[in-house]
Design a protein around this ligand. Structure first.
Ligand SMILES: Cc1cc2nc3c(=O)[nH]c(=O)nc-3n(C[C@H](O)[C@H](O)[C@H](O)COP(=O)(O)OP(=O)(O)OC[C@H]3O[C@@H](n4cnc5c(N)ncnc54)[C@H](O)[C@@H]3O)c2cc1C
Length: 485
């Protein structure tokens, strides 16, 4: 692995196309028969742009493609739209966003870029990072123009040295609903239970170009002609074989998110000779409630919640980074998240659903989690002191907001695999690249969690949705341009 991250050729199976076609690599729910298909004699349907995946990246791409005048077909393998975006807590990590400006928080593109590179130890792709730094604020404004509303808060959320993480009202679900409806108004045709299976290609002016995609639409194979295709099929955490292969350290961990994210886009592009980066990187987040398997946003930690072990002691800076905290959790017997209702609006929902339990005082809390009362009391007191003085505590935590005062709420938590961080190598124009940084196919674009280069190292709350928006928009805009070429 080099400092910029692992780069593989023929990364699936290590044998490229042969592994997928000839040898018929069986990838669990993943595509078994992704093929590099020559253009057929006739099409069942013809559009300008096909977008695979209705998460944030796909929705942004489809809206921009349609706005650029392209007849756009947005397909999703699952029965409902939205992918993991719809399940997400709706945080976006932007530089100098309109919300930061409204709150009087001083920030700049340069500072954001510098922090992004620093936090990743210079392992993020500098070009992609620059694009996100430069375009994130206008992308947030664009989302607002489409009707997405943001809360009036900017958090120094997990991993971030500055209050930059802003949250969409109604979380990811509302973002998806809003953008789906904008897409439809702009003429995007959205079809669910429509799984893109393979890409069609043809030699044109001395270069291979994508000319369409084959999809399984409600059980029927449909050949769709298109001038451009955008792959926005999300991560691969639900493909057990790919997880075992690239993320063996997490192969036994719990996984959440849509079951349809099985790495189809990676596999299709691999067949065409695409490169991928950092497939061995994943984000494991510490706050999944053990019984209901419900994930509580990390915003609760930055709002003042803490993690304690079975002895009632804190063991980490809860905000040092998702995966780092998760690794430390594995060394404890049991871990509880302790909070007050005010740490995040989601907590109220968790109280109402009975997911978090109540304790009226520290003694009752200790008894309920099986810890020594004096130890737990001491833990809470010293955390409250640090919160009051806002000084770095003994674990290095510097972000404080709510004090922990009765009534307390708590839940037992486990780490859970939330995101795959690496993926297809793309350029700043969102083209899918090969190992020499050439476009694998003219007209082939990709965006979102299926791609790598930005979120792979030093993940901060909101990095993924921001990356999906900026690169999704670029992919859609450029795909529409292809149709004019
Ligand atoms: C519980 C949870 C909370 C999160 N909270 C945040 C947050 O607050 N902020 C943040 O930045 N990130 C968050 N994340 C991560 C973030 O939600 C995802 O990384 C992001 O939504 C990915 O968007 P996407 O468009 O790339 O993919 P997705 O939103 O996952 O969409 C991919 C879509 O592709 C479809 N698909 C798959 N294969 C095919 C195929 N062959 N053909 C057609 N369609 C296909 C899927 O059905 C799916 O709908 C969270 C994740 C989870 C699970």
């Amino acid at each position: 692995m080099n400092k910029k991250g692992m780069t593989r050729r023929g990364f699936i199976g290590g044998l490229g196309t042969a592994a997928l076609t000839g040898a018929g690599l069986t990838l669990g729910l993943g595509l078994k028969n992704a093929n590099a298909l020559p253009a057929p004699d006739a099409w069942d349907r013809e559009v300008d742009v096909v977008v695979a995946g209705t998460g944030l990246a796909g929705l942004c791409a489809a809206i921009e493609a349609a706005s650029g005048g392209a007849k756009t077909l947005l397909l999703d393998a699952f029965a409902v739209v939205g992918g993991n975006t719809a399940l997400s807590t709706g945080w976006f990590n932007a530089a100098n966003s309109p919300i930061q400006q409204k709150l009087g928080i001083k920030d700049s593109v340069e500072e954001f870029y510098k922090d992004s590179m620093q936090i990743s130890e210079d392992r993020r792709d500098p070009d992609l990072t620059k694009v996100v730094a430069e375009q994130s604020s206008e992308a947030i404004q664009w989302l607002m123009d489409q009707g997405v509303n943001f809360r009036d808060v900017a958090e120094p959320a997990m991993g971030s040295p500055k209050p930059r993480a802003i949250q969409a009202e109604g979380y990811g679900k509302k973002v998806v609903e809003t953008l789906s409806s904008v897409g439809k108004q702009k003429g995007v045709e959205i079809v669910t239970r429509a799984r893109v299976l393979s890409l069609y290609r043809k030699m044109e002016n001395g270069a291979n170009r994508v000319v369409g995609a084959e999809a399984d639409m409600n059980g029927k194979k449909v050949r769709i002609g298109a001038r451009a295709v955008v792959i926005a099929t999300g991560g691969f955490m639900h493909n057990k074989k790919l997880v075992d292969r690239f993320l063996p350290q997490w192969s036994k961990s719990l996984v959440i998110g849509t079951p349809a994210n099985v790495g189809d886009g990676l596999i299709m592009a691999d067949v065409e000779g695409a490169d991928a980066v950092n497939l061995d990187r994943a984000l494991v987040t510490p706050t999944l409630e053990v019984k209901t398997k419900t994930y509580l946003t990390s915003g609760a930690l930055s709002g003042g919640a803490i993690l304690v072990n079975e002895n009632g002691k804190r063991f980490t800076n809860e905000l040092q980074g998702y995966t780092e905290v998760s690794m430390e959790m594995l060394e404890q017997e049991k871990v509880y998240e302790i909070m007050v209702e005010e740490v995040h609006p989601k907590v109220k929902e968790f109280i109402d659903k009975g997911i978090v339990k109540r304790a009226d005082n520290a003694e009752e809390l200790a008894q309920k989690i099986g810890a020594d009362p004096a130890t737990l009391k001491q833990t809470i007191e010293s955390f409250n002191q640090a919160t009051e003085s806002k000084t770095k505590d003994s674990f290095g935590r510097t972000v404080f907001r709510e004090k922990l005062e009765p009534p307390f709420y708590f839940m037992q938590v486990l780490p859970v695999l939330l995101l795959t961080l690496g993926g297809l190598k793309i350029g700043t124009d969102a083209r899918v690249l090969d190992m020499r940084d050439n476009a694998v196919l003219q007209g082939l674009y990709s965006a979102g969690e299926v791609t790598g280069g930005y979120i792979d190292y030093g993940y901060r709350t909101g990095d993924s949705l921001m990356f999906c928006t900026v690169l999704g928009k670029i992919a859609g805009k450029n795909a529409a341009e292809e149709t004019k070429a």
